[in-house]
Design a binder for this molecule. Structure first.
Ligand code: NAD
Length: 442
């Protein structure tokens, strides 16, 4: 017999987690700042307040999520009452990335605990201050049988992947996602893979350019550009490109001033390796704005690159930093040529007032999620699934879907013994016509 925590016990421990997150909120924001100078405002909205709201919603909704759901019975089974039971998978491994280190460790953990699982959490080694605090909060909140945090580098994750789990939830890069999927396949362990990709942002000639620029600049440079759903590159109609660039520059300066290095509102690149990679991406490119950098403080200014070649590394790999390539198009088939060159992206954004064009883009391209006339904000609605498709990920979570992700859905048909219609039993002779008629009804 498995020892599954009751819904009341799960709610109790989630309430304890909520208290501890609130108690440690200032320390968390300090740790994020020490790790990569994450601005306090961004830390609150994308990490601590996000998790507090996630916890409150989960605690409030858990009774109804966890209840067996009655569904309409099938005529073939008449009479019966049919249910979907949500049962925990069991032992869950969660491996987190560094870019939203607090949120992307705790959000899946909350869903897994709510669904009644036990969790082993491995946060990223690249944000050591935040990971140490995550570990402390887990220790203060959970019994080791409920949840455990293991800190360390990728070798720790590799060791963990050798063990047998009932579910693995991974957030990180595509290459490591493949390693996780291979390890999971050994034991046929179900996985959720939250990965990345090159997210297009399309701006046509009807777009509201000043507002588009404001929303693109916010979405691109939030977290220093280190966001899995950030617009990776722009595809702008050639007739409005010049104007859009003018507005982009205005908006960067409105947000971060003429010297963003002095702004408190721009996060830094997380480490030297990633910083060097960013700098190499802009070498030999046509930089039309920004480009200033400083190795000591791991700073790279918000940078606009004009018409990079599709063959350049900048246009081959996910950027994951404050560099925004701008490519123009004249005909719509050029958009298709570029977008279809890549694997299916995690996000896609379109800025336009043309309803037909918007419909065409939404239907034509496959992507994890996205926005019309905005960036990033689809992430914030807990009623929307969050996840990728193809190489940008497998599965999704957020809100109730997070609870469902970590629950096996068990089908149960309950039959009374007072009636037993003999139609399905042999001898079958003379029964086929009636069975076919019933099958036609249902
Ligand atoms: P990463 O894949 O390098 O690391 C993620 C985690 O995997 C870390 O905990 C790390 O220790 C572990 N890891 C690294 N190498 C490993 C290996 N060989 N075997 C097992 N585990 C290993 O990713 P990252 O640099 O932390 O994050 C950036 C990437 O994550 C980007 O590609 C971004 O798009 C993606 N991302 C996706 C989402 C999403 O929700 N879809 C969110 C954030 C980041």
């Amino acid at each position: 017999m498995r020892n599954i925590p009751s819904v009341a016990e799960r709610k109790e421990v989630l309430k304890k987690l909520l208290r501890n997150v609130i108690i440690h909120e200032e320390e968390i924001l300090d740790a994020l700042h020490k790790d990569f100078k994450k601005p306090r405002f961004e830390g609150v909205i994308s990490e601590t307040a996000y998790i507090i709201s996630d916890l409150k919603n989960t605690i409030k909704s858990l009774d109804s999520w966890a209840k067996p759901k009655r569904v309409l019975p099938s005529l073939l089974n008449f009479p019966s009452s049919d249910y979907i039971y949500s049962e925990p998978y069991g032992k869950v491994l969660i491996i987190g990335p560094w870019n939203y280190p607090f949120q992307l460790a705790f959000s899946p953990l909350i869903a897994a605990i709510a669904a009644g699982n036990s969790v082993t959490l491995k946060p990223s080694e690249l944000t050591p201050y935040t990971s140490a605090l995550i570990s402390k909060i887990v220790r203060e909140t959970f019994d080791v049988k409920q949840a455990l945090c293991v800190t360390g580098d990728h070798t720790i994750a590799q060791d963990l992947l050798q063990k047998r789990w009932d579910y693995i939830f991974f957030t990180g890069s595509v290459p490591v996602g493949k390693i996780v999927a291979k390890a999971a396949a050994e034991n046929l362990t179900p996985v959720t893979l939250e990965l990345g990709g090159k997210n297009p942002c399309i701006i046509d000639e009807t777009a509201n350019l000043p507002l588009a620029a404001k929303r693109i600049v916010w979405g691109k440079f939030f977290n220093g550009g280190q966001t899995c759903i950030a617009p990776d590159y722009l595809l702008v109609h050639y007739r409005v490109k010049k104007k859009l660039i003018k507005h982009l520059i205005e908006e960067i300066e409105n947000a971060l001033g003429e010297n963003p290095k002095e702004s408190e509102d721009l996060a830094r690149i997380v480490n030297l390796k990633n910083w060097r990679r960013q700098i190499s991406l802009i070498e030999n490119q046509n930089i039309i704005y920004g480009g200033e950098h400083d190795e000591e403080t791991l700073y790279l200014a918000p940078t606009l690159v004009d018409e990079p070649f599709l063959e350049s590394t900048l246009m081959q790999e996910e950027i994951f930093g404050p560099i925004l390539p701008i490519r123009s198009y004249e005909h719509r088939d050029e958009i298709a040529k570029t977008v279809n060159k890549y694997e299916k992206p995690l996000s896609l954004y379109i800025f336009s007032e043309n309803k037909t064009f918007i419909k065409e883009v939404l239907e034509k391209y496959s992507f994890g999620g996205g926005c019309v006339n905005d960036t990033l904000i689809h992430f914030a609605n807990k009623r929307l699934p969050f996840g990728g498709v193809g190489h940008s990920g497998i599965g999704a979570y957020h809100g109730k879907l997070g609870f469902d992700t970590f629950s096996h859905k068990k089908a149960v048909v309950k039959r009374p013994n007072r009636i037993d219609i003999p139609l399905r039993y042999a001898p079958y002779k003379g029964k086929l016509k009636m069975i076919k008629r019933i099958l036609n009804w249902i």
